[in-house]
Design a protein around this ligand. Structure first.
Ligand code: TMP
Length: 405
């Protein structure tokens, strides 16, 4: 990030990992790309990031497979936040960075709303809806290209800022694009929640950073931006939504920032020892999960995985769990079905094909959608089926919440 020398202390090594969303066609396994997933803490800004970020075009391209609208939870989530932002800030010009299939954007008028989405297959969704759409990565060059004299009153971005290696360039481009009274609202998985839940599978290629509010405050300040409010949301396994304006802008701090910073200080998110302890818990989780899966399998049971998620790519590759333990993965995304999971090559099938009475146990690749899944799969639970999770600790469950809020 930037030109100044960074001092980064490595604390975690998740081994050789593939591109988490690059599902492989049978017969094409030899072309797979792997990288070393190592994570460190920047001792100045307190930012937690990959030691070597994967080059974004390797992950975000015309073969990208993550559809926001694939989950009812996410559709409702974006409808709710769009409604809130419209009412609260009454923005005239709106920009979304990382617009995916338009689930958030479609709540705004076609006029004066702009989409940025580097994955061509997804950019086509908003373009076909009629939105001005730029199939490019968010950079200062793009910000200059799309700016009009009338800057944006609202810039929104969900699960995208944490994907961008160079935050200095990113946030400077936001500063340039925002009107003087404008607000920049973004949400990404929370570092505090990840530590609390031991959900190390939040760490995969796309998540170049896992943000604490402390680190965000430090990095945003360098670009002339300030946080005036923070919301916690339960999506994606616990996220922070951060409200930002130009330094000295018109919005008042509502106290939530202070509370978050205080809590993060109490949780020692600024200390590398905290992360080294986390790394030890991650190692223990790996041993426990592999043991549990072997025990269940040795008992003659069939284990599948529910949701071919980026998170499960991270778990299966770190724990070296392959088709010998997990028969297959079920997933609702047509583009993933018929393919093999990245790295460990577990077949992916549709739920209609694979989630039948022969399944005894289902590992929750999509543990962050447990509520939605247990509602949908009440028959599985009723007939004695059990889920397996590693969050916050390795165990089986029948649909009870994973973490008490
Ligand atoms: P995510 O964890 O990266 O949001 O990905 C969720 C994946 O899980 C996506 O491929 C869709 C899949 N999924 C199912 O197969 N069934 C479900 O019920 C849910 C909620 C998600």
């Amino acid at each position: 990030m930037g030109t100044t020398a960074r001092r980064v202390e490595k604390f975690l090594d998740l081994g050789k990992q593939p591109i988490a969303n690059a599902f492989v066609s049978p017969g094409k396994c030899q072309d797979e790309y792997f990288y070393d997933l190592e994570v460190g803490l920047d001792t100045e800004t307190k930012l937690v990031s990959h030691m070597n970020c994967v080059d974004p075009p390797l992950m975000f391209n015309d073969s990208y497979v993550y559809y926001t609208s694939g989950s009812k939870t996410m559709v409702q989530h974006f409808k709710d936040i769009a409604g809130y932002l419209k009412e609260k800030f009454q923005p005239r010009r709106v920009l979304e960075i990382g617009s995916n299939d338009g689930t958030f954007l479609k709540n705004f008028p076609l006029e004066n709303t702009v989409a940025v989405e580097p994955c061509g297959n997804f950019a086509n969704y908003t373009r076909e809806m009629g939105y001005e759409t730029h199939t490019e990565f968010w950079t200062q060059d793009l910000a200059v290209k799309i700016a009009t004299a009338d800057r944006f009153d609202l810039i929104y971005s969900a699960n995208c800022m944490c994907h961008i290696p160079d935050l200095e360039d990113t946030f400077s481009a936001i500063y340039y694009s925002l009107s003087d009274k404008g607000v920049f609202v973004f949400e990404d998985p929370s570092l505090a929640e990840m530590l609390e839940r031991n959900s190390y599978d939040q760490i995969y290629d796309e998540h170049a950073h896992i943000f604490s509010v402390t680190a965000l405050k430090n990095v945003l300040e360098k670009a002339g931006l300030e946080i005036f409010s923070v919301d916690k949301t339960q999506v994606h396994g616990g996220s922070n939504r951060v409200y930002v304006q130009k330094k000295g802008g018109p919005q008042y701090e509502d106290g939530s920032l202070e509370i978050e910073l205080e809590q993060e200080k109490l949780a020692k998110l600024d200390k590398v020892t905290t992360y080294k302890k986390f790394a030890k818990r991650v190692e223990k989780s790996k041993i426990a999960l592999v043991e549990l899966l072997h025990d269940i399998k040795d008992g003659g049971n069939k284990i599948i995985s529910y949701g071919a998620t980026s998170k499960s790519t991270s778990v299966f590759n770190y724990c070296e769990i392959g088709p010998d333990l997990i028969d297959y993965i079920t997933d609702t995304t047509p583009d993933k079905q018929g393919k093999l999971s990245p790295g460990v090559h577990i077949p992916v099938v549709s739920p209609e094909e694979g989630f039948d009475d022969s399944v005894d146990y289902a590992f929750l690749g999509a543990w962050n959608y447990l509520e939605e899944i247990t509602k949908k799969e009440s028959d599985f639970i009723r007939r004695g089926g059990q889920f397996i999770t590693h969050v916050p600790e390795v165990r089986t469950l029948r649909g009870e919440p994973i973490c008490q809020p």
